[in-house]
Design a protein around this ligand. Structure first.
Ligand code: ZN
Length: 430
């Protein structure tokens, strides 16, 4: 085997044996080939001592706009309307494809260093984001989705050329999956939906969208279509494709039933929802209804980091307070959302999200020797309630180590930071 982690605590997310102590995990090429408490007989090319360390499945950031690192801290503490229309959209209009590439690289290093092995990213210049992911070795579901122009569907929309470029350039790249979809119901229309349905049918693409993020999203959908966003999208037959719906804050019971019926994933972004005062997604109800739940950071302009450990902790704390029941959701639920739920969302539930033989070697190792992680009565409790992204010491995707001993193996971080900072400064100082 290629890599053997030895004498380590493994949080497998395998329901039969969720946690193994003093265990061994081996990888070969892009797969996990050995998980046991007995030492394997087969030698390994590289052995990593796991004493005081914990292995978890790679975290999935199921909703982000990773190149928005360009706008980290650019427009905080504004109302949502001021933030979006007066600050973020005009600033985004100044971002070039080159900036998207370099700021995506910056965001991906941040993600890798905090234990994220896959992202689901919706943004313009999406081929630049796919290129950055392919180079740095992180999995990426990428798409640029059309927006309403006010005059029906515009064939000059950059999302169309981006979609075809992604399908052509990255067809053979195992790290890249292309999606299409709608930005949101409030800024799309039936002609946009018809186009995305057509391209999804033709190329067998999944969908991503923002759905019911704010109360105003729901109000505008009622004004335009006389239905909630979920009901409007169902009526347009959009859920016939595997769908990741970000936010899902303002849902009716009927909406939740529709999501369950069509297998729509709710990608909850608790930090972003709190920062923009959008509300709290009803994750407890969604879980009870059997809807798949994943977690995301959203873009850093509304977060302001890509640390999935913050999302895990907040996702369950908010539910305890939303329901008035401290037992509403558990630490295990949060870790499940960020690993298994995220992998199911991205269509990889059979191959990613668990540390089991035959699964892809998307693996994260944390240092559990720090004061804030001791004592350790329950490893999953410490992972969700006490750990943070900076406790990650190693990140592996498809068997390739991208980050080891808190050092990147795939890029010089100082150069990535300098490139992004200088491009951002050149645009926002002028
Ligand atoms: Zn978003």
């Amino acid at each position: 085997m290629d890599v053997l982690f030895q004498d380590i605590t493994i949080v497998t997310m395998n329901p039969l044996e969720p946690v193994l102590e003093h265990a061994y995990l081996g990888t070969q090429c892009d797969k996990i080939v050995y998980v046991d408490t007995k030492k394997p007989e087969e030698p390994a090319k590289k052995v990593i001592s796991g004493k005081g360390h914990v292995l978890i499945p790679g975290l999935v950031n199921a909703h982000t706009h990773i190149a928005m690192t360009a706008l980290r801290g650019y427009a905080d503490d504004q109302t949502l309307t001021t933030w979006l229309f007066d600050k973020i959209l005009p600033a985004e209009a100044r971002l070039t494809g080159d900036m998207v590439y370099h700021c995506a690289r910056l965001g991906m290093l941040e993600a890798i260093a905090s234990g994220t092995t896959a992202i689901c990213d919706m943004y313009f210049s999406a081929p630049q984001i796919a290129l950055a992911a392919s180079e740095l070795g992180i999995r990426a579901h990428v798409g640029n989705v059309p927006l309403e122009t006010g005059e029906g569907f515009n064939l000059a929309d950059g999302s169309i050329s981006d979609t075809y470029e992604l399908l052509t350039r990255f067809a053979e790249d195992p790290l890249i999956t292309v999606f299409t979809g709608v930005h949101a119901v409030h800024n799309s229309n039936p002609s946009v939906w018809s186009w995305v349905n057509g391209v999804a049918d033709k190329y067998n693409l999944p969908f991503c969208m923002h759905m019911s993020e704010t109360a105003e999203d729901v109000d505008s959908s009622f004004r335009k279509f006389g239905k909630t966003p979920t009901a409007a999208l169902e009526a347009a037959k959009l859920f016939h494709h595997p769908t990741v719906a970000a936010h899902c804050v303002h849902l009716t019971d009927e909406d939740i039933a529709i999501m369950r019926e069509y297998g729509v994933t709710a990608a909850s972004c608790p930090v972003s929802n709190l920062k923009l005062a959008s509300g709290i997604a009803p994750l407890t109800k969604l879980k009870e209804a059997g809807v798949n739940i994943a977690l995301g950071t959203d873009g850093v302009a509304s977060n302001n980091n890509l640390d999935m450990f913050e999302e895990m902790k907040l996702s369950v704390l908010l539910q305890k307070n939303l329901t008035g029941d401290a037992a509403a959701l558990s630490a295990y639920d949060a870790l499940y959302f960020a690993t298994v739920g995220g992998s199911v969302a991205l269509g990889r539930g059979e191959t990613c999200g668990r540390l089991m033989t035959g699964f892809d070697a998307d693996i994260v190792m944390l240092d559990f020797t720090a004061p804030h992680l001791n004592p350790c009565h329950h490893v999953i409790s410490n992972l969700v309630y006490a750990a943070r992204g900076s406790d990650v010491e190693l990140t592996m995707v498809r068997g390739r180590i991208l980050y080891e001993n808190r050092q990147f193996t795939v890029a010089d971080p100082q150069k990535v930071i300098a490139d992004a900072n200088s491009l951002v400064a050149s645009v926002f100082r002028s």
